[in-house]
Design a protein around this ligand. Structure first.
Ligand code: SF4
Length: 454
């Protein structure tokens, strides 16, 4: 709910003392209402008023923190229904399900899968972030399962899926310090569950038979003054899960009803009933519509490559291109006798080109001028990559003065810049490189051989 300047004014001490830098409390309140100044700038505001205002100005969807240390992630905190309206903030996290009814071989195989699928795409580590540990029948086996995961040294957040509070107490003794998610609060056990997690403020996953029941359950938990929640959208059918995730998000953001202002969890493994391809399709759907945690049955590269790429694309800010810092990057131990290769600062281009240069094993200095974060052709068309801008960067980076090898390779797609660069950079040999990055290793090796032959 947004507050007007007058609403805020009513909460100020009305001293007109100017300590906040404004001539009157009203002038200060008007600025706070526009978001230009924080309420804390008034040192005389009572704690009660600050907390009232913090509640009223908080985003409609709460941000929930899961995990600890290098395995800490934020969920929720979204402010828009569609990415093009502004941006999505906290990406979905993938969970992999294990249970105490699995054999040792199955458990080992899933641990191996989690370890195996771990790669970097556009500077971001791609891996499963959560292990969902489901209690099915044996308390001892369940506790053994948790111990086994701990011993496997996975970098992971624990999610304990269990409705039995007594079993959960023992399970939490093993991983309480890791800030695990505790999933399994229902209308039957929610009071005990809240008691269990409240002291450590652990995120609590709650489930119900339908949306109305879920709404009442959240309201009941609010009465216990607990708000670290994750909502299960239901998994009795694909239609129900989809309808519910959309409804939960719409009610939170459009109607500003904070009862549903929480991240959600979707069990894609259950909805797909063991069909791997259906699981990939459903996970793609819930990346877009609005699964904050998506539980998978297993992970391998056929699942990971499309899913992680889709997530990364959806959770980049559409108003800000993904960029790398404009500078000179030496690759393969390049020194002042290595050729210089120019490309743009668009992150995807940079990582593809640098990957191919690494693959060539040829020492190269990769020169990245400020090209506005665009791809090569877009930057050229927008006037952000020109002969003079490349020449200026080569001079300003010190390469013109301190570099012995005066060979400058430019992208094949902007071969048209060759003459212009030569005019602006006397003494440099401008070589037109390949159109596609994938052909760079062969091109660079041939260039190296030519240089050695001379
Ligand atoms: S510091 Fe507080 S009390 Fe003083 S003028 Fe500003 S808003 Fe009013």
């Amino acid at each position: 709910m947004s507050l007007t300047g007058l609403d805020i004014f009513k909460l100020t001490p009305k001293k007109n003392c100017k300590d906040c830098g404004f001539p009157t409390c009203l002038a200060f309140s008007m600025k706070v209402a526009t978001g230009a100044v924080e309420i804390e700038k008034c040192p005389h505001m009572s704690d009660e008023a600050v907390s009232k205002l913090a509640d009223a100005t908080a985003p409609p969807m709460k941000t929930i923190t899961i995990g600890k240390g290098e395995n800490e992630y934020k969920l929720g905190g979204e402010t828009v229904l569609f990415r093009h309206e502004k941006t999505f903030v906290n990406r979905n996290r993938f969970a992999l399900l294990l249970s105490d009814s699995m054999t040792d071989e199955e458990i080992e195989s899933k641990i191996t899968s989690i370890k195996k699928v771990n790669y970097v795409r556009i500077g971001e580590e791609m891996r499963v972030e959560i292990v969902a540990l489901k209690y099915e029948k044996s308390r001892e086996k369940y506790l053994d399962l948790i111990r086994k995961i701990k011993e496997s040294n996975l970098n992971i957040v624990y999610m304990l899926i269990c409705e039995d509070v007594e079993v959960l107490k023992d399970a939490l003794e093993l991983v309480k310090n890791e800030k695990p998610i505790v999933y399994g609060a229902t209308k039957e056990n929610y009071e005990e569950m809240v008691d269990l997690v409240k002291g450590d403020e652990l995120p609590l996953g709650i489930k119900a038979n339908n949306l109305e029941e879920l709404y009442s359950l959240v309201a009941d938990i609010h009465k216990l003054d607990y708000k670290e929640l994750i909502l299960d959208a239901g998994s009795s059918s694909i239609k129900e899960a989809f309808d519910n995730t959309v409804q939960i998000r719409r009610i939170a953001l459009k109607e500003e009803d904070r009862t549903f202002g929480y991240p959600s969890i979707v069990f894609a493994n259950e909805l797909s009933k063991g069909n791997k391809f259906m699981e990939i399709a459903l996970t793609s759907l819930f990346i877009l519509k609005y699964g904050s945690i998506i539980v998978l049955g297993d992970i391998d590269y056929t699942r990971a490559l499309p899913l992680f790429a889709l997530r990364q694309n959806i959770f980049t800010d559409p108003q800000r291109p993904m960029r790398v810092e404009p500078k000179v990057y030496p690759i393969n131990n390049a020194d002042e006798n290595s050729p210089v290769l120019v490309t743009v600062d668009f992150a995807l281009t940079y990582f593809i080109v640098s990957g191919e240069v690494e693959r060539s094993k040829v020492p190269v200095k990769l020169a990245i001028p400020d090209a506005g974060g665009y791809s090569v052709l877009t930057a050229w068309a927008a006037g952000k990559l020109s002969g003079s801008s490349i020449a200026k960067f080569i001079k300003e980076s010190g390469l013109d003065e301190n570099h012995n090898c005066k060979k400058l390779i430019i992208p094949g797609k902007v071969a048209v810049l060759k003459g212009d660069i030569e005019d602006n950079l006397p003494g440099w040999e401008v070589i037109v490189g390949t159109d596609e990055a994938m052909h760079l290793p062969k091109f660079l090796k041939e260039l190296q051989q030519e240089a050695t032959a001379v």
